[in-house]
Design a protein around this ligand. Structure first.
Ligand SMILES: [Cu+2]
Length: 149
């Protein structure tokens, strides 16, 4: 049953992606974000979810690869409330532009051509799910998720 819910949630997220991703969903806490898609410990997304590693400075860091398949690898990053630094590495030839959205602000990598990388840092205090869409390819499903729990 949980698998069904997961699939439906992902489908809903994908269908709502694109320019209007914040429109009907209303952002974190909005009606479209209330389902706990990620099942902790269930293993359903273990192959595509990573836990960030906190450095000595307390900043939680993860590196995410951007592919020509218009996907993130991994597509889900789990962290605790606090400062999260995500580095996006474009491994392909297609340009991407990633925006990480938290409750108060948006951090954007800017355009990343093939071979380039960009780092964004956000401080998130409220648990929730924060999408990081590729501004070019969100409508193709290129939307990752930062899970603060
Ligand atoms: Cu992209």
């Amino acid at each position: 049953m949980r698998t069904t819910i997961l699939a439906l949630s992902v489908a809903a997220l994908l269908s709502l992606s694109g320019c209007a991703i914040w429109g009907s969903e209303g952002g974190p806490g909005g009606s479209g974000m209330k389902k706990p898609v990620l099942q902790q410990g269930a293993g359903a997304t273990a192959d595509d979810a990573v836990d960030v590693v906190a450095g000595d400075d307390g900043v939680q860091r993860a590196t995410i690869t951007l592919t020509d398949g218009l996907r993130f690898s991994p597509s889900t990053v789990r962290a605790r409330p606090g400062t999260v630094e995500l580095t996006f590495v474009n491994s392909g030839g297609t340009a991407h532009d990633i925006a990480v959205r938290d409750a108060g602000a948006t951090a954007d990598t800017g355009n990343l051509n093939g071979g380039q990388q960009g780092t964004v840092r956000v401080t998130v205090t409220a648990p929730g799910r924060y999408p990081f869409p590729c501004l070019y390819h969100a409508s193709s499903g290129m939307v990752g998720t930062l899970v603060i729990g």
